[in-house]
Design a protein around this ligand. Structure first.
Ligand SMILES: *[C@@H]1O[C@H](CO)[C@@H](O)[C@H](O)[C@H]1NC(C)=O
Length: 392
C-alpha cells in the first residue's frame, strides 16, 4: 500500500479522534456540529478504505468490561453497559464500511461458572438488550440486520431464550447484513453438537428402511430393502463412542484452562477428523453395500467393519453443515480487546485462515481508530490469506 495513502488515513483518523475528544468537552449544540462533521469525515475515510479489500466477516471478543469498571471505580454492571454502547458503535461502523457479517462473543458456557449474582445481572442486562433490539430506533431496524443467536440456547433461562427466538423470527426477512450473537456458546460444544446431529441424521436415514417403513426424499432408491442389523448397530455404537471421546477431550481441555488458541485448534480438529471416520452420513456407501451383498443377502462382519472405518463415510463438510455457525462464511478478522491473544474457545473450527487483531484497549475503550487499524492490518495480509485459501 502506498505510503501517501497510509498517511492520509492516519491524518483522517487523527482528525476524528480530536473531534471526538472535543465533543466530549463541549456543549450540546457544538457537539451536534462536531457529531455531523465527525460522521462526514468517517464516511470519507471509509470511502478511501474501500479502495482496498474490506473484510466480509468481523468477529469480536469483547474482553475487559470488568477491568474497565474496576479501573474507573464503577460498579461491575457499569462496565458491561459501557461495553454495550461501544458494541453498538462498532456495529454501526462495520455496516457503514460494508461488512456483511459481524459475530460477537456475548456469553460463553464457561461464564455460567461465575458468581451466581454476576451471572444473573449479566443475564438481566442481556435480556434487556435483546428486547431493545426490536425497538424502532435500534440499529437492527436502521440497517436491516438479520439477527442469529448462536449456541446452546437451551442453557439459557426461559425469558432470554424466548426473547432470542422472537428477535430471530422478527428479523428473518432481512438480508443485507447479519449479526451473529454467540450466547451460551463454546467451540467444543458446537463441534460435539454438530457431530451428534450428523450421526442422528444418518441414523434417521437408515432406520425407516430397516423397519420396512417407506423411505422418503433422496433415499427412496433403497425403499423396502433391508439393511443388515449388525451394520446399523455398529454405526450406532461408533457414533456414541466417538461423541463420548470428544466430550472427554472437551472436559480435559476445560480442566487445563485456556490453552493457546492455535494449539487447541489443532487438537480439536485432530479429534474431530478422527471422529469423522466413525460417523455416518453417506448414503452412497450404504448403497454400495447393498450391491456388495452376497447371494444369501447378508454381508459379513468384515465387510461392515471395512465400511464403517472408511474415512469417506462422513466428510468434514458434513460436520460443518451442522455447525451453529454454518449460516455464515468463516470470519476474516477476529478482534480481541485488552491485548489478549487467545481465542478462549471461540470459533476454533472457523478461524484457521483468519487474522487475529488484539489492540491493548479494554473493550469499553475501543474506538473507531482500532477498527480502522484492524482493516488496514487485514489489507496488508490479504494477499497472504488469499494464497492460503487457494492452496486448500
Ligand atoms: C417474512 O416474509 C414471509 C413471506 O414473504 C412472510 O410470510 C412473513 O410474515 C415475513 N416475516 C416478517 C417478520 O416480516
Amino acid at each position: 500500500m502506498p505510503t501517501n495513502f497510509l498517511f492520509l488515513l492516519n491524518s483522517l483518523t487523527l482528525a476524528i479522534h480530536v473531534l471526538i475528544k472535543m465533543e466530549k468537552n463541549s456543549g450540546t449544540r457544538v457537539s451536534e456540529l462536531f457529531g455531523s462533521l465527525g460522521s462526514l469525515l468517517r464516511r470519507c475515510m471509509f470511502r478511501i478504505l474501500s479502495i482496498g479489500p474490506i473484510p466480509n466477516h468481523f468477529a469480536f471478543i469483547m474482553d475487559g468490561n470488568r477491568r474497565y469498571a474496576k479501573k474507573q471505580q464503577l460498579e461491575e454492571g457499569a462496565g458491561h453497559r459501557a461495553g454495550f454502547s461501544v458494541l453498538m458503535s462498532m456495529l454501526k461502523y462495520c455496516y457503514e464500511l460494508g461488512v456483511t457479517y459481524v459475530t460477537i462473543y456475548a456469553f460463553s458456557i464457561e461464564n455460567f461458572k461465575r458468581r451466581p449474582d454476576e451471572v444473573q445481572n449479566l443475564m438481566d442486562l442481556i435480556l434487556e438488550k435483546i428486547e431493545g433490539l426490536l425497538n424502532e430506533e435500534s440499529i437492527v431496524n436502521e440497517y436491516g440486520i438479520r439477527v442469529y443467536f448462536i449456541g446452546n440456547l437451551k442453557l439459557l433461562s426461559e425469558p432470554v431464550w424466548v426473547a432470542a427466538e422472537k428477535v430471530m423470527k422478527a428479523t428473518a426477512n432481512n438480508t443485507k447484513c447479519m449479526l451473529l450473537i454467540c450466547i451460551a456458546y463454546t467451540s467444543c460444544d458446537e463441534i460435539v453438537h454438530a457431530i451428534h446431529e450428523s450421526c442422528k441424521n444418518k441414523w434417521e436415514e437408515i432406520q425407516p428402511c430397516n423397519s420396512h417403513k417407506v423411505c422418503n426424499g433422496g433415499i427412496e432408491v433403497v425403499d423396502g430393502k433391508k439393511i443388515d442389523d449388525g451394520v446399523l448397530q455398529s454405526v450406532q455404537e461408533l457414533c456414541r463412542v466417538e461423541t463420548n471421546e470428544l466430550q472427554a477431550t472437551r472436559a480435559s481441555t476445560a480442566r487445563s484452562g485456556v490453552a493457546e488458541g492455535v494449539e487447541r485448534t489443532g487438537k480439536i480438529n485432530g479429534v474431530a477428523g478422527h471422529a469423522v471416520h466413525g460417523s455416518c452420513d453417506k448414503w452412497d456407501e450404504v448403497q454400495s453395500l447393498e450391491a456388495s451383498r452376497s447371494g444369501n443377502g447378508v454381508i459379513s462382519n468384515e465387510e461392515s467393519k471395512k465400511l464403517l472405518v472408511d474415512p469417506s463415510i462422513l466428510k468434514v463438510v458434513d460436520i460443518e453443515r451442522h455447525m451453529y455457525m454454518s449460516v455464515a462464511p468463516d470470519p476474516d478478522v477476529v478482534i480481541r480487546s485488552s491485548g489478549e491473544t487467545r481465542l478462549s474457545n471461540f470459533l476454533l473450527w472457523q478461524t484457521s485462515n483468519c487474522l487475529l487483531y488484539s489492540p491493548n484497549a479494554l473493550w469499553p475503550d475501543m474506538r473507531l481508530w482500532h477498527l480502522v487499524w484492524a482493516v488496514l492490518d487485514f489489507q496488508r495480509s490479504h494477499s497472504y490469506f488469499e494464497k492460503k485459501k487457494k492452496q486448500l
